[in-house]
Design a protein around this ligand. Structure first.
Ligand SMILES: *Cc1c(COP(=O)(O)O)cnc(C)c1O
Length: 237
């Protein structure tokens, strides 16, 4: 079942790339494996997927220890400052950075390990009270501050769009994210005096709306249910 799901997601991503005139290589599919047992991740791994997303520190660490070391782990959940130290040398990309305080702690822990850690800044694009993320209006300023920290590399933006029945309803928000990323990147470039060039990664789109997200410029899509099936929160992995 998982292999068939993957094929379908892959075909959908390809179709979205075709519609938008994008190269499939610009988009990385992250298999969001939270709550799912290691055996299911192994199946997805065997099918060729190397990017996995988790939203809990302990679960990420457990799975990291059990699975092959060429996996790129994505921390996609809200990260508490006091837990940064547990994952700092295990993650490929931290998606949900939404405060200078958190970015500073990531920088501090990365320094201890002599690492530079890639991060994305989370934007609360739907302006929802229930969501984490920096406000749209404050995003450019926070990006400027984060970009000055050592041992972290701000690679772009991330958002969790509102839940909608019709994915088309998120198209405008996704395109707003794309534009914000372009604006912030060019602003950082102007200030960087030819130093390291900021990248333009954009992590957006989940099972319900990743096709629209790809059409609007996502470079990472985070798909859980569409690959692994529904999550059962009554029995955690
Ligand atoms: C759980 C989760 C996903 C995947 O959600 P699905 O709807 O199952 O694809 C994506 N992003 C984040 C941040 C998540 O927490």
């Amino acid at each position: 079942m998982i292999t068939e799901n993957l094929k379908e997601v892959e075909a959908n991503i390809q179709a979205s790339c075709d519609r938008a005139g994008r190269d499939r290589k610009e988009v990385t599919l992250i298999a969001v494996s939270k709550t799912k047992p290691v055996e299911m991740l192994e199946e997805v791994y065997a099918a060729g997927i190397r990017d996995f997303g988790e939203n809990k520190v302990q679960e990420l660490v457990d799975k990291y220890e059990q699975l092959p070391k060429d996996i790129k782990w994505h921390m996609i959940g809200h990260l508490q400052t006091n837990k940064v130290k547990y994952i700092i040398d295990k993650v490929a990309l931290i998606h949900g950075v939404d405060s200078l305080h958190l970015a500073e702690e990531i920088s501090r822990q990365a320094q201890k390990h002599d690492l530079t850690v890639d991060i994305l800044m989370e934007v609360n694009i739907g302006n929802e009270d229930t969501k984490f993320g920096v406000r749209y209006e404050d995003a450019a300023e926070l990006a400027k501050q984060i970009a000055q920290l050592p041992n972290v590399c701000l690679k772009g933006l991330m958002c969790i769009a509102p839940y909608v029945e019709n994915p088309e309803n998120n198209r405008t928000l996704f395109s707003k994210m794309m534009q914000l990323n372009v604006d912030i990147t060019s602003e950082l470039l102007d200030n960087s005096e030819g130093n390291t060039l900021p990248n333009m990664e954009l992590s957006m789109g989940m099972t319900g709306d990743y096709q629209v997200a790809v059409e609007e410029g996502a470079t990472y899509v985070r798909v859980g249910t569409g690959i692994f099936g529904e999550r059962d929160y009554t029995k955690r992995a």
